[in-house]
Design a protein around this ligand. Structure first.
Ligand SMILES: *Cc1c(COP(=O)(O)O)cnc(C)c1O
Length: 433
């Protein structure tokens, strides 16, 4: 149903030599059924599979492709950098220029270190926070994803236990016990936790715009309480802006909410489609990193000239074209097109959006701010809509809880295409009820 002939054959080959046939589990379509599509090409807003079938893409490689696929200037920057050497294992100009751009863009940060993924960025930020504070415990929130390092693959403990439980086999319970998982949108449990154990907590890490388990837009008061409690108890506040950083704007969610964290992590957009992550903060905190300080962190390919060139080109194009404002307008246009037909559908479904990030939320009522508010039938409804859209050559994320991304390559006519396909998909879903 999902893949055409050649795609299906390639995926069969993949399953013989790659676990689940994929290099990252959510790509496997397990949440929606069917086989993943094997792609051959991306161009602007479109993906083409190995059978030559074209799809209008709203996944954008899960966030990085804010300019769309293979933007000519980014491709040129990558080619040009490659011709001069793909990695030096030593400082390069693009790395310094990108660092200056990041420091100038984001509130309250004075230094940045580059890594090669969002996972590395959050893992390193946590280590730095522990090194700075001399404390071991951290707080995270259910519904936020911070990559797959041991201390962050943790789920809430059951009942009254304050200790987190491993959220993956292979994560030692002892590691998980240092991470406490609280609910989003709940200032009270945060305050209670800090009043009990505030002197042991190194950091609170949060996606200020949680976008990995649906798009759970937070109240400003909640984020404000994180700032207040961490400050009061000598813990650090880490904003994980791997999705929202340079996606909502150059100053990320911090700018949007006017709340400045102590440390921030970046990924996705900052690498322009190449593997880049970064973590950043005030000078006094970042100087605790090796070689100046005692917190060790390193990377063979960190800050390599090709990846830095892709990130730098992407951010410069966004700046020069007033890209973030254009994306906001595009987001509004999407909302204007989809809202009437979602309202008219029999299926409970709504659009949740912040900037160029959107979530087709297949439940009614107010938009959820925490996974506690999820309707258990939402994923089933999404599965139907997903496959109907895929048949109409619209590629959304193969999971009810993943968001969609607009890029500067999307134009209003692409939104029309999505709206037309979605209208049909919703009618089809009604007939299947
Ligand atoms: C994607 C993501 C990560 C992990 O980044 P990878 O590059 O996949 O390791 C961490 N935090 C957030 C908020 C993310 O969206």
């Amino acid at each position: 149903m999902s893949g055409s002939e050649a795609s299906r054959e390639w995926f069969q080959r993949a399953t013989r030599c790659i676990p689940g046939g994929v290099s990252s589990p959510v790509r496997a379509f397990r949440a929606v059924g069917g086989d993943p599509i094997v792609f051959a090409e991306g161009s602007g807003p479109e993906l083409t599979d190995v059978d030559g079938r074209r799809f209008l893409d709203f996944v954008g490689s899960w966030g990085p492709l804010i300019l769309g696929h293979a933007h000519p200037e980014v491709v040129e920057a990558v080619c040009d950098a490659s011709r001069h050497g793909t990695t030096f294992g030593a400082p390069c100009r693009a790395e310094i220029e990108l660092a200056e751009l990041v420091v100038d863009s984001y509130p309250g940060i004075e230094a940045v270190r580059f890594v090669s993924s969002g996972t590395e960025a959050t893992m390193s930020a946590i280590r730095l926070a522990r090194g700075v504070t001399g404390r071991d415990r951290i707080i995270k929130f259910a519904g936020c994803y911070h990559g797959h390092s041991d201390h962050l693959l943790v789920a809430a403990g059951s009942g009254l236990t304050t200790f987190g439980q491993p959220d993956s086999a292979g994560v030692p319970a002892n590691f998980a016990s240092l991470t406490q998982v609280l609910d989003l949108d709940d200032e009270d449990s945060l305050e209670v936790t800090f009043s009990r154990e505030g002197d042991q907590i190194a950091a609170v890490i949060v996606e200020p715009m949680p976008a990995n388990h649906g798009l759970l837009i937070q109240r400003r008061e909640f984020l404000e309480s994180l700032r207040e409690q961490t400050q009061k108890h000598g813990a650090l506040l880490i904003f994980d802006e791997v999705i929202s950083g340079f996606r909502l704007g150059p100053d990320g969610a911090a700018g949007r909410y006017e709340i400045t964290p102590d440390l921030v992590t970046f990924g996705k957009v900052i690498g322009g489609g190449l593997p880049v992550g970064a973590f950043a903060g005030r000078r006094d905190l970042m100087d605790v990193l090796a070689p100046d300080g005692p917190v060790y962190q390193a990377g063979t390919l960190s800050g390599n000239p090709v990846a830095m060139a892709a990130g730098l080109a992407t951010l410069r194009i966004l700046e020069a074209s007033d890209g973030w404002r254009q994306l906001e307008r595009l987001g509004q246009a999407l909302e204007a097109r989809l809202r009437p037909l979602l309202d008219a559908a029999t299926m409970p479904v709504q659009l949740v959006r912040q900037g160029s990030v959107f979530w087709l939320c297949t439940q009614g009522g107010p938009a959820p701010r925490s996974p506690r508010q999820f309707d258990s039938n939402g994923a089933d409804r999404y599965r139907q809509v997903f496959h109907s859209l895929l048949e109409r050559n619209i590629y959304l994320a193969p999971s009810a809880f993943e968001v969609g991304f607009l890029s500067l390559a999307h134009q209003e006519r692409h939104l029309d295409e999505l709206a037309a396909a979605l209208e049909e998909a919703l009618v089809e879903a009604d007939q299947n009820v």
